[in-house]
Design a protein around this ligand. Structure first.
Ligand SMILES: *Cc1c(COP(=O)(O)O)cnc(C)c1O
Length: 416
């Protein structure tokens, strides 16, 4: 069977061995999946989801009962006062942009306490020049780097004592960096430290890739507002675009008035057929996140067996669905990514090559044979062509497809 897909006997044997040693890790993933499934089912039932909610609105999108119900469900699942779940958000980057522009005014300061933010936010903030950045509107930016993958608690408290900060940003997932993803326990600890010295600063969490990986979400541990993408975890490969923002009601209102217009806010926004996708995506999300996690654990186990450095290690606690594999040379990174493409359901005959990409300093290779463009809850793998040549792999709609894709990549890597 494996050989029909072009996977060698050697790789098949590696897979059998790796998988037999992952029972405990997979059991833990299934436990979390059940807890989050329970949360979702309860929210669907408490909000009486029925076929009318699959309906659609056009134009202004007034009184879209499906959209309004989805936003109640998101608020309940995140234990937040309110939420904004919209297909008018292109993706996570757009929702983060709208949130920052919604909360910050000229003269205000944004402080990142998790080091440099995700690449696509550099031009949004003005870390990289752009005539439409927050900086160009007179919003200041400050940054405190992590030390040993943890917050610099002392410097954060000192900064808050001596400066007026409007918004603190915490990015949990690592982007194209080598740091660890920030666990919900660490987010809780730093929020306590922040509140000891500043009761008013708005704490915003970039929650991309972290939803449903563990039991708790950012609002439960004291964040004011959290943002994520629907072409990642919570869309489960079913939502074809969109993003969510959850949090305090007054803040969600500010974000909504920036997304649509002052005075209209959450009242407008045609769902254009997205309601059923959003509901169905959320319903599948606990299980799709679990499949992604199992694929990541399997990948890290098999690559460790082959002598590669991985992060996280296969038996480490995880806070997101991203798996790093360090290749140490460009050729192996490229071969692995090309193998992931060969193992995809869509565009399996395409061969990705490292290329210059807008917003990146180095050439980047991106493998993704996905149903939705840019979807990274589907098995995908990418990496900048720079030492130590790390592949960032994430997603898998089912564990079985994830595993087959990874075996195809390993096979391609080992073919000399
Ligand atoms: C993916 C990601 C984003 C951007 O989300 P898109 O939906 O790709 O625009 C922002 N922040 C982090 C940490 C991410 O991983």
């Amino acid at each position: 069977m494996y050989q029909k897909l072009g996977i060698s006997k050697r790789v098949e044997n590696l897979a059998i061995k790796a998988e037999s040693e992952l029972k405990e890790e997979f059991y833990n993933v299934d436990k979390i999946c059940e807890i989050n499934s329970l949360k979702v089912l309860k929210a669907f039932q408490d909000n009486n989801v029925s076929e009318v909610h699959f309906g659609t609105t056009t134009g202004y999108g007034y009184d879209d009962i499906g959209r309004e119900t989805i936003e109640k469900i998101y608020a309940q699942i995140f234990k937040a006062e309110d939420s904004l779940v919209r297909n008018q958000f292109i993706s996570g980057t757009h929702a983060l942009t709208v949130t920052l522009f919604g909360l910050l005014r000229p003269g205000d300061t944004l402080l990142s306490i998790s080091g440099e933010p995700y690449d696509t936010l550099h031009e949004v903030i003005g870390i990289k020049e752009n005539a439409s950045s927050l900086k160009s509107f007179g919003v200041n930016y400050a940054q405190i780097d992590l030390i040993n993958d943890d917050f610099d608690y002392e410097k954060i408290q000192d900064t808050l004592k001596n400066n007026k900060i409007k918004v603190i940003e915490i990015q949990r997932s690592k982007g194209y960096s080598t740091r660890k993803t920030i666990s919900i326990e660490k987010v809780e600890k730093v929020i306590k430290a922040i509140r000891e010295v500043d009761k008013n600063v708005i704490i915003m969490v970039d929650n991309c890739y972290c939803e449903f990986v563990t039991e708790k979400e950012p609002i439960e541990v004291g964040a004011d507002i959290a943002v994520g993408s629907l072409i990642k975890n919570l869309g489960a490969g079913i939502a074809t675009n969109g993003a969510y923002v959850v949090g305090r009601k007054d803040l969600i209102n500010l974000v909504a008035e920036r997304l649509t217009s002052p005075g209209e806010g959450k009242e407008v926004g045609p769902s254009l057929g997205a309601n059923k996708q959003f509901l169905e995506g959320l319903f599948f999300a606990p299980s799709v996140v679990a499949s992604s996690l199992k694929t990541a654990i399997f990948t890290s186990k098999i690559m460790e067996e082959l002598g590669y450095k991985t992060e996280p290690r296969y038996d480490e606690n995880r806070a997101d669905i991203v798996q790093n594999i360090e290749f140490g040379n460009a050729n192996d990174l490229v071969k692995y990514c090309q193998g992931i493409q060969k193992g995809s359901p869509i565009d399996s005959n395409s061969i990705p090559e490292p290329w210059d990409m807008p917003g990146y300093d180095d050439k980047v290779i991106m493998a993704a044979g996905a149903f939705t463009q840019g979807s990274s809850i589907e098995l995908s793998c990418d990496g900048p062509i720079r030492p130590p040549y790390i592949a960032y792999q994430q997603g898998a709609l089912t564990y079985q497809y994830g595993k087959l894709g990874v075996l195809k990549a390993v096979d391609n890597l080992l073919k000399k």
